[in-house]
Design a protein around this ligand. Sequence first.
Ligand SMILES: C[S@@+](CC[C@H](N)C(=O)[O-])C[C@H]1O[C@@H](n2cnc3c(N)ncnc32)[C@H](O)[C@@H]1O
Length: 387
Amino acid sequence: MTDSTRRRRRLAERLAADGVLVSPLLRAAVEAVPREPFLHPGVFLDEGPVWRPVTASGTAPAAWLERAYRYDTLTTQLDGHLTADQTIEPVAGVPTSSSTAPATVIRMIESLDLQPGHRVLEIGTGTGYSAALMCHYLGADNVTTVELDPQVAQRADTALETLGYSAWTVTGDGLLGHPRNAPYDRVIATCAVRRIPHTWVRQTKPGGTILATIGSWPYGTGLAKVTVDDDGNAEGRIIARSSFMQARAQAVVPIAGDLSARTAYVDSERKTTVPPTLLDDWMPAYVAQLAAPSAQLVRATLSDGTKLLYLFDPERECFAEFTADGNNWTARQGGPLPLWDTIEQALLAWQAAGHPEIDSVRLRVTQAAHRYWIDGAPDLRWEHRLD
Ligand SMILES: C[S@@+](CC[C@H](N)C(=O)[O-])C[C@H]1O[C@@H](n2cnc3c(N)ncnc32)[C@H](O)[C@@H]1O
């Protein structure tokens, strides 16, 4: 038995003990598929403001295996191009591809309720590890996986082929799905989307399911599981808190530059009823995104150390700027929509409903809109229309 085999068994044991890994077929996949070939040429370790590159070739084999079978997400690309073999020094950057934490991937695959013979579309191939697990489970011919970044796609394809998995690896924008292999029984996205593209609904068989993290903030986002019906719509609920890097084609452009220009014209000013710092918590942040889906929460620090907090909605050209006096907060708002009024109202309704958790949120996806609601809470319902 190789060291890698032992580590895979231990990983499966831990995932099963944690209640994450249940299906015997998936357990067989976790025990059979090595993670280390998917980490080539290396990973970046999070060291606060910088990322330290660690390569397979520059690490002792036992230490590399130890790293590969950690429970963590392992970042494999920064800023859309940099891999760990291209730098010796630690670097700053934004992760743009990774091997997601095994517990997250396994929990998602378990949620798919895969049955032998199912055809699956995965969006966000990344390293290819999750695709390999599904190939082992379903047979490679039943797995189509789409990756936007050509280099990432190439590395994943090589790793998959090396292990004998000739899956349908496609380089392209996964938001378009892959019509050529449709219809699918299951669609799974391992990058976050702002809304489920209707192309995915169109490419899923009636009765089939779509699993995707929806949201535009780096936290306060939810894993949606919806079932497609005979009329080409889909309905389901948010099954868990979930966080993923955003699909690049839908990624939010971060607000930067001179914020004072964005807040120059104030239309109203008032004390807040709830502190905007409530948005640091997951569920309030989730509710805020439901109430104002294109809003962004922005923090800034002045040269004298004063901390500033804002909400901007670039699509609706409105903002809220917050200042604190002890525990009292003032909101200055500008633009056609009173952004903080909208979000605060939703937060108050959520508090009045008894702080429902994310898994009480239901969702209906049609071609024209995403409709969200919580049963029994008439003030907690939102429609995000495309028109
Ligand atoms: C978290 S990683 C995926 C993890 C992967 N499933 C694994 O097991 O290693 C997210 C991936 O989604 C890709 N991605 C981002 N936007 C995409 C899009 N519009 N279409 C397809 N892939 C996309 C990124 O390039 C990145 O490789």
